[in-house]
Design a protein around this ligand. Sequence first.
Ligand code: NAP
Length: 265
Amino acid sequence: MSNAGLVMKLSGCVIVTGGNRGIGKAYSQALAKAGVNVAIIYKSSKDAPDVAKKIQAEHKNIKVKAYQCDVSDLDKTIETFEQIDTDMGTVTGLIANAGVSVVKPAVNLTSEDFRRVFDVNVLGVFNSARAAAHLWKHNGVNNGRGSIVITASMSVQIINQAGSNEPLTQVFYNSSKAAVCNLSKGLAAEWAPRIRVNTVSPGYVSTDQTDHMDKAIRDHQANNVPLKRFAKPEEITGQALLLLSEHASYMTGGDYLVDGGQLIW
Ligand SMILES: NC(=O)c1ccc[n+]([C@@H]2O[C@H](COP(=O)([O-])OP(=O)(O)OC[C@H]3O[C@@H](n4cnc5c(N)ncnc54)[C@H](OP(=O)(O)O)[C@@H]3O)[C@@H](O)[C@H]2O)c1
Protein backbone atom coordinates (compact mmCIF):
# COMPACT_ATOMS: atom_id res chain seq x y z
CA MET A 1 0.00 0.00 0.00
CA SER A 2 1.31 3.46 -0.92
CA ASN A 3 2.05 5.84 1.95
CA ALA A 4 2.61 8.85 -0.33
CA GLY A 5 -0.18 10.86 1.34
CA LEU A 6 -2.06 13.51 -0.65
CA VAL A 7 -0.64 13.54 -4.17
CA MET A 8 -1.35 16.48 -6.49
CA LYS A 9 -1.27 15.03 -10.00
CA LEU A 10 -0.30 17.93 -12.24
CA SER A 11 0.91 17.46 -15.79
CA GLY A 12 2.28 19.39 -18.78
CA CYS A 13 3.03 23.02 -18.06
CA VAL A 14 1.56 25.61 -15.69
CA ILE A 15 2.03 29.32 -16.44
CA VAL A 16 2.65 31.69 -13.50
CA THR A 17 2.43 35.41 -14.19
CA GLY A 18 4.73 37.36 -11.89
CA GLY A 19 6.36 33.99 -11.19
CA ASN A 20 9.86 35.39 -10.73
CA ARG A 21 9.53 36.96 -7.28
CA GLY A 22 7.35 37.16 -4.17
CA ILE A 23 4.30 34.93 -4.00
CA GLY A 24 4.68 34.07 -7.71
CA LYS A 25 8.21 32.74 -7.20
CA ALA A 26 6.90 30.55 -4.38
CA TYR A 27 4.23 29.26 -6.81
CA SER A 28 6.94 28.49 -9.40
CA GLN A 29 8.98 26.60 -6.80
CA ALA A 30 5.97 24.67 -5.48
CA LEU A 31 4.89 23.66 -8.99
CA ALA A 32 8.43 22.55 -9.87
CA LYS A 33 8.49 20.49 -6.68
CA ALA A 34 5.14 18.94 -7.72
CA GLY A 35 6.83 17.78 -10.94
CA VAL A 36 5.20 20.00 -13.55
CA ASN A 37 6.91 22.27 -16.11
CA VAL A 38 6.71 25.95 -15.19
CA ALA A 39 6.56 28.98 -17.50
CA ILE A 40 7.33 32.16 -15.59
CA ILE A 41 5.95 35.43 -16.97
CA TYR A 42 7.68 38.62 -15.86
CA LYS A 43 7.63 42.23 -16.96
CA SER A 44 11.06 43.78 -16.47
CA SER A 45 13.13 42.13 -13.71
CA LYS A 46 16.50 41.38 -15.30
CA ASP A 47 17.19 38.41 -13.03
CA ALA A 48 14.00 36.51 -14.00
CA PRO A 49 15.79 34.11 -16.44
CA ASP A 50 18.31 33.33 -13.66
CA VAL A 51 15.48 32.69 -11.18
CA ALA A 52 14.03 30.18 -13.69
CA LYS A 53 17.44 28.55 -14.22
CA LYS A 54 17.96 28.20 -10.47
CA ILE A 55 14.58 26.52 -9.93
CA GLN A 56 15.26 24.27 -12.94
CA ALA A 57 18.65 23.27 -11.48
CA GLU A 58 16.93 22.14 -8.27
CA HIS A 59 14.40 20.00 -10.18
CA LYS A 60 16.19 18.25 -13.03
CA ASN A 61 13.19 16.20 -14.23
CA ILE A 62 11.14 19.24 -15.32
CA LYS A 63 11.54 22.39 -17.44
CA VAL A 64 11.38 25.94 -16.06
CA LYS A 65 11.71 28.96 -18.35
CA ALA A 66 11.09 32.70 -18.01
CA TYR A 67 9.19 34.68 -20.66
CA GLN A 68 9.14 38.48 -20.74
CA CYS A 69 5.58 39.67 -21.39
CA ASP A 70 3.58 42.67 -20.21
CA VAL A 71 0.21 41.07 -19.41
CA SER A 72 -1.59 44.35 -20.07
CA ASP A 73 -0.91 43.70 -23.79
CA LEU A 74 -3.45 41.09 -25.01
CA ASP A 75 -1.80 40.25 -28.36
CA LYS A 76 1.62 39.77 -26.74
CA THR A 77 0.07 37.63 -24.01
CA ILE A 78 -1.72 35.36 -26.51
CA GLU A 79 1.47 35.07 -28.59
CA THR A 80 3.56 34.25 -25.49
CA PHE A 81 1.12 31.59 -24.26
CA GLU A 82 1.18 29.92 -27.71
CA GLN A 83 4.99 29.95 -27.64
CA ILE A 84 4.95 28.42 -24.15
CA ASP A 85 2.63 25.62 -25.29
CA THR A 86 5.07 24.83 -28.13
CA ASP A 87 8.24 25.06 -25.98
CA MET A 88 7.14 23.61 -22.66
CA GLY A 89 4.47 21.01 -23.37
CA THR A 90 0.71 21.12 -23.02
CA VAL A 91 -0.45 24.05 -20.93
CA THR A 92 -2.84 22.64 -18.31
CA GLY A 93 -3.06 25.51 -15.82
CA LEU A 94 -2.54 29.20 -15.21
CA ILE A 95 -1.85 31.15 -12.05
CA ALA A 96 -2.67 34.78 -12.93
CA ASN A 97 -0.74 36.34 -10.09
CA ALA A 98 0.99 39.51 -11.37
CA GLY A 99 -0.23 42.54 -9.45
CA VAL A 100 0.80 46.06 -8.43
CA SER A 101 -0.33 48.70 -5.97
CA VAL A 102 -0.14 52.48 -5.66
CA VAL A 103 -0.30 53.66 -2.05
CA LYS A 104 -1.43 57.31 -1.86
CA PRO A 105 -4.25 59.25 -0.19
CA ALA A 106 -7.30 59.10 -2.48
CA VAL A 107 -7.29 62.86 -3.11
CA ASN A 108 -3.83 62.56 -4.69
CA LEU A 109 -4.57 59.58 -6.94
CA THR A 110 -4.48 60.25 -10.69
CA SER A 111 -5.94 58.65 -13.82
CA GLU A 112 -2.43 57.36 -14.53
CA ASP A 113 -2.37 55.65 -11.13
CA PHE A 114 -5.76 54.09 -11.95
CA ARG A 115 -4.50 52.73 -15.27
CA ARG A 116 -1.24 51.53 -13.69
CA VAL A 117 -3.16 49.42 -11.17
CA PHE A 118 -6.18 48.29 -13.21
CA ASP A 119 -4.11 47.56 -16.36
CA VAL A 120 -2.24 44.84 -14.45
CA ASN A 121 -4.61 43.71 -11.69
CA VAL A 122 -7.78 43.52 -13.80
CA LEU A 123 -7.02 43.83 -17.53
CA GLY A 124 -3.75 41.87 -17.14
CA VAL A 125 -5.55 39.06 -15.33
CA PHE A 126 -8.31 39.08 -17.96
CA ASN A 127 -5.72 38.99 -20.79
CA SER A 128 -3.89 36.08 -19.13
CA ALA A 129 -7.12 34.14 -18.58
CA ARG A 130 -8.24 34.91 -22.14
CA ALA A 131 -4.89 33.78 -23.58
CA ALA A 132 -5.21 30.49 -21.67
CA ALA A 133 -8.82 30.06 -22.80
CA HIS A 134 -7.68 30.85 -26.36
CA LEU A 135 -5.30 27.89 -26.14
CA TRP A 136 -7.85 25.55 -24.60
CA LYS A 137 -11.11 26.56 -26.28
CA HIS A 138 -9.78 27.79 -29.63
CA ASN A 139 -6.81 25.50 -30.25
CA GLY A 140 -8.22 22.48 -28.37
CA VAL A 141 -5.08 22.18 -26.22
CA ASN A 142 -5.45 19.72 -23.31
CA ASN A 143 -8.81 18.59 -24.78
CA GLY A 144 -10.11 22.10 -24.19
CA ARG A 145 -9.75 21.74 -20.41
CA GLY A 146 -7.82 23.79 -17.86
CA SER A 147 -7.75 25.37 -14.43
CA ILE A 148 -7.15 29.06 -13.76
CA VAL A 149 -6.22 30.43 -10.34
CA ILE A 150 -6.23 34.21 -9.90
CA THR A 151 -4.44 35.98 -7.04
CA ALA A 152 -6.99 38.36 -5.48
CA SER A 153 -6.56 39.58 -1.87
CA MET A 154 -8.31 39.77 1.47
CA SER A 155 -8.57 43.48 0.47
CA VAL A 156 -11.58 42.39 -1.62
CA GLN A 157 -13.47 42.32 1.68
CA ILE A 158 -11.63 44.62 4.09
CA ILE A 159 -9.59 47.81 4.03
CA ASN A 160 -6.10 47.04 5.34
CA GLN A 161 -5.05 49.23 8.28
CA ALA A 162 -1.84 51.24 8.58
CA GLY A 163 -2.57 51.88 12.27
CA SER A 164 -5.45 51.65 14.69
CA ASN A 165 -8.59 52.88 12.87
CA GLU A 166 -6.35 54.26 10.09
CA PRO A 167 -6.56 52.90 6.52
CA LEU A 168 -3.67 51.89 4.29
CA THR A 169 -4.45 54.33 1.48
CA GLN A 170 -4.74 52.20 -1.66
CA VAL A 171 -8.33 52.49 -2.93
CA PHE A 172 -7.42 51.59 -6.53
CA TYR A 173 -5.69 48.42 -5.34
CA ASN A 174 -8.61 47.35 -3.14
CA SER A 175 -11.20 48.05 -5.82
CA SER A 176 -9.09 46.29 -8.50
CA LYS A 177 -9.01 43.15 -6.35
CA ALA A 178 -12.79 43.30 -5.81
CA ALA A 179 -13.19 43.69 -9.57
CA VAL A 180 -10.98 40.72 -10.35
CA CYS A 181 -12.82 38.56 -7.84
CA ASN A 182 -16.10 39.28 -9.65
CA LEU A 183 -14.39 38.86 -13.04
CA SER A 184 -13.30 35.40 -11.91
CA LYS A 185 -16.89 34.36 -11.13
CA GLY A 186 -18.05 35.62 -14.53
CA LEU A 187 -15.33 33.70 -16.35
CA ALA A 188 -16.10 30.58 -14.29
CA ALA A 189 -19.74 30.85 -15.36
CA GLU A 190 -18.96 31.46 -19.05
CA TRP A 191 -16.26 28.81 -19.40
CA ALA A 192 -17.80 25.96 -17.39
CA PRO A 193 -17.71 23.01 -17.57
CA ARG A 194 -14.30 22.63 -19.26
CA ILE A 195 -12.39 25.50 -17.65
CA ARG A 196 -12.46 26.08 -13.88
CA VAL A 197 -11.68 29.57 -12.54
CA ASN A 198 -11.09 30.43 -8.86
CA THR A 199 -9.37 33.12 -6.81
CA VAL A 200 -6.97 32.75 -3.89
CA SER A 201 -7.04 35.74 -1.54
CA PRO A 202 -3.88 36.11 0.55
CA GLY A 203 -3.61 38.18 3.70
CA TYR A 204 -0.33 39.93 4.55
CA VAL A 205 2.66 38.24 2.91
CA SER A 206 6.34 39.22 3.18
CA THR A 207 7.30 40.24 -0.38
CA ASP A 208 8.70 43.29 -2.21
CA GLN A 209 5.13 44.69 -2.20
CA THR A 210 5.02 44.81 1.62
CA ASP A 211 8.69 44.85 2.69
CA HIS A 212 9.12 48.51 1.67
CA MET A 213 6.34 49.68 4.06
CA ASP A 214 7.20 51.38 7.37
CA LYS A 215 8.07 48.91 10.10
CA ALA A 216 5.42 50.53 12.34
CA ILE A 217 2.73 49.73 9.77
CA ARG A 218 3.93 46.15 9.31
CA ASP A 219 4.10 45.63 13.09
CA HIS A 220 0.56 46.98 13.52
CA GLN A 221 -0.74 44.71 10.76
CA ALA A 222 1.08 41.62 12.02
CA ASN A 223 -0.12 42.17 15.60
CA ASN A 224 -3.74 42.32 14.46
CA VAL A 225 -3.67 39.04 12.52
CA PRO A 226 -4.92 36.14 14.68
CA LEU A 227 -1.78 34.15 13.69
CA LYS A 228 0.28 37.25 14.75
CA ARG A 229 2.55 37.50 11.71
CA PHE A 230 2.83 37.96 7.94
CA ALA A 231 2.82 34.80 5.83
CA LYS A 232 5.92 33.55 4.09
CA PRO A 233 5.22 33.37 0.31
CA GLU A 234 5.40 29.56 0.32
CA GLU A 235 2.53 29.42 2.84
CA ILE A 236 0.14 30.74 0.17
CA THR A 237 0.88 28.03 -2.41
CA GLY A 238 -1.04 24.97 -1.15
CA GLN A 239 -4.52 26.27 -1.96
CA ALA A 240 -3.58 27.16 -5.55
CA LEU A 241 -1.96 23.79 -6.19
CA LEU A 242 -5.11 22.12 -4.87
CA LEU A 243 -7.26 24.24 -7.21
CA LEU A 244 -5.07 23.27 -10.18
CA SER A 245 -5.29 19.58 -9.34
CA GLU A 246 -7.92 16.89 -9.86
CA HIS A 247 -8.81 17.17 -6.14
CA ALA A 248 -10.61 20.41 -7.07
CA SER A 249 -12.55 18.92 -10.01
CA TYR A 250 -15.87 20.20 -8.54
CA MET A 251 -14.56 23.63 -7.48
CA THR A 252 -15.13 26.66 -9.67
CA GLY A 253 -16.14 30.30 -9.14
CA GLY A 254 -14.85 30.28 -5.56
CA ASP A 255 -12.68 32.67 -3.56
CA TYR A 256 -10.35 31.06 -1.00
CA LEU A 257 -8.79 33.08 1.84
CA VAL A 258 -5.26 32.31 3.04
CA ASP A 259 -5.09 35.15 5.54
CA GLY A 260 -3.86 33.86 8.92
CA GLY A 261 -7.40 34.36 10.22
CA GLN A 262 -7.56 38.13 9.51
CA LEU A 263 -11.16 38.00 8.22
CA ILE A 264 -12.35 36.59 11.55
CA TRP A 265 -12.40 40.18 12.85
N1 NAP B 1 2.30 40.71 -0.66
C1 NAP B 1 1.09 40.72 -0.10
O1 NAP B 1 0.95 40.96 1.12
C2 NAP B 1 -0.13 40.42 -0.92
C3 NAP B 1 -1.35 40.24 -0.26
C4 NAP B 1 -2.50 39.95 -0.99
C5 NAP B 1 -2.41 39.83 -2.36
N2 NAP B 1 -1.21 40.01 -3.00
C6 NAP B 1 -1.20 39.85 -4.46
O2 NAP B 1 -0.34 38.76 -4.79
C7 NAP B 1 0.25 38.97 -6.07
C8 NAP B 1 1.75 38.88 -5.93
O3 NAP B 1 2.14 39.85 -4.98
P1 NAP B 1 3.66 40.00 -4.51
O4 NAP B 1 3.62 40.71 -3.22
O5 NAP B 1 4.36 38.69 -4.62
O6 NAP B 1 4.21 41.01 -5.64
P2 NAP B 1 5.67 41.49 -6.00
O7 NAP B 1 6.70 40.82 -5.18
O8 NAP B 1 5.60 42.98 -5.98
O9 NAP B 1 5.82 40.97 -7.54
C9 NAP B 1 4.98 41.42 -8.53
C10 NAP B 1 5.14 40.51 -9.73
O10 NAP B 1 4.23 40.92 -10.78
C11 NAP B 1 4.97 41.07 -11.99
N3 NAP B 1 4.31 42.08 -12.84
C12 NAP B 1 3.93 43.34 -12.49
N4 NAP B 1 3.39 43.98 -13.54
C13 NAP B 1 3.41 43.10 -14.57
C14 NAP B 1 2.99 43.16 -15.92
N5 NAP B 1 2.42 44.27 -16.44
N6 NAP B 1 3.18 42.07 -16.72
C15 NAP B 1 3.74 40.95 -16.22
N7 NAP B 1 4.15 40.83 -14.95
C16 NAP B 1 4.00 41.89 -14.14
C17 NAP B 1 6.35 41.50 -11.56
O11 NAP B 1 7.29 41.28 -12.61
P3 NAP B 1 8.72 42.07 -12.58
O12 NAP B 1 9.53 41.43 -11.48
O13 NAP B 1 9.31 41.84 -13.94
O14 NAP B 1 8.40 43.51 -12.30
C18 NAP B 1 6.55 40.61 -10.34
O15 NAP B 1 6.93 39.30 -10.74
C19 NAP B 1 -0.25 40.34 -6.53
O16 NAP B 1 -1.38 40.17 -7.35
C20 NAP B 1 -0.63 41.02 -5.23
O17 NAP B 1 -1.56 42.05 -5.41
C21 NAP B 1 -0.08 40.30 -2.31
